[in-house]
Write a protein that binds this ligand. Structure first.
Ligand SMILES: NC(=O)c1ccc[n+]([C@@H]2O[C@H](COP(=O)([O-])OP(=O)(O)OC[C@H]3O[C@@H](n4cnc5c(N)ncnc54)[C@H](OP(=O)(O)O)[C@@H]3O)[C@@H](O)[C@H]2O)c1
Length: 166
C-alpha cells in the first residue's frame, strides 16, 4: 500500500518506519525540518521518501494522522482533498500542554475529525499505544503473540486496512 504520514514525530516516525519495513510505500511529511523527514526515509529503507503533506496524500491508499490535536487543521489544509482516503488517526484530543482532553465523554477526537473530512474514512488506531513499544512489538512479530490493539471506525474497509494492512 501507499501510506502517507502526516506528522513525523514519535508516533508518525516510528509507525512510518514499521510500515516501510513491512513493505509498504511510505511518504513521511509534516515536521519542522525537511532534513528530519529525509533522515527518517533513509533510515526506514525500501521506497520510503520525504514529501509535503500534499505529496503524502496524493495517491495514498491510507494516511496516518499523527500530529498534536492543535495542528490538525493546519496539516489537513496542507494535505488537500482527502475524499475517498482512509485516515488512521492516533492523535488524542488534548490541550496545548497535554494535561487534559479538549473533547470527550459525549464525542471523540475521531468523530470530530470525521466531520472535518466528510469524504474520508476515519479509523482511530494506535491512540492507546505509547510510541516506545512500537518498534519492539514489530521486531518480535512471529515470535510472540501480538498484543491487543483498540481501534474503531464506522466502515469495515478502513478497519480492515488498519489492522490487516489490506
Ligand atoms: N507519543 C506517544 O507515545 C503517543 C501515543 C499515543 C497517541 N499519541 C498522539 O499522537 C499524536 C502525535 O504524537 P507524537 O508524540 O508523535 O508527537 P510529536 O513527536 O510532537 O510529533 C508531531 C509531529 O508534528 C510536527 N509538527 C508540529 N508542529 C509543526 C509545525 N508547525 N509545522 C510542521 N510540523 C509540525 C512535529 O515536527 P518536529 O518533528 O519538527 O517536531 C512532529 O513531526 C498526538 O496527538 C498524541 O496525542 C502519542
Amino acid at each position: 500500500m501507499r501510506i502517507g504520514i502526516l506528522g513525523s514525530g514519535l508516533m508518525g516516525g516510528k509507525l512510518g518506519t514499521i510500515f516501510a519495513r513491512a513493505g509498504h510505500e511510505v511518504v513521511f511529511s509534516y515536521a519542522r525540518s525537511e532534513q528530519k523527514l529525509k533522515h527518517l526515509a533513509r533510515n526506514a529503507g525500501g521506497s520510503a521518501r520525504a514529501g509535503t503533506p500534499g505529496e503524502a496524500a496524493k495517491d495514498a491508499d491510507a494516511l496516518l494522522l499523527a500530529v498534536h490535536w492543535s495542528r490538525i487543521g493546519d496539516v489537513l489544509r496542507q494535505a488537500g482533498d482527502l475524499s475517498g482516503k482512509i485516515i488512521l488517526c492516533c492523535s488524542l484530543p488534548m490541550n496545548a500542554d497535554g494535561t487534559e482532553l479538549v473533547l470527550g465523554h459525549t464525542t471523540s477526537g475521531a468523530e470530530e475529525l470525521a466531520k472535518q473530512v466528510p469524504g474520508a474514512e476515519v479509523v482511530a488506531a494506535f491512540n492507546s499505544v505509547p510510541s516506545e513499544v512500537l518498534s519492539g512489538v514489530f521486531e518480535a512479530r512471529g515470535q510472540a503473540a501480538p498484543p491487543s490493539l483498540v481501534y474503531c471506525g464506522d466502515e469495515p474497509r478502513g478497519k480492515n486496512m488498519a489492522i490487516l494492512g489490506r
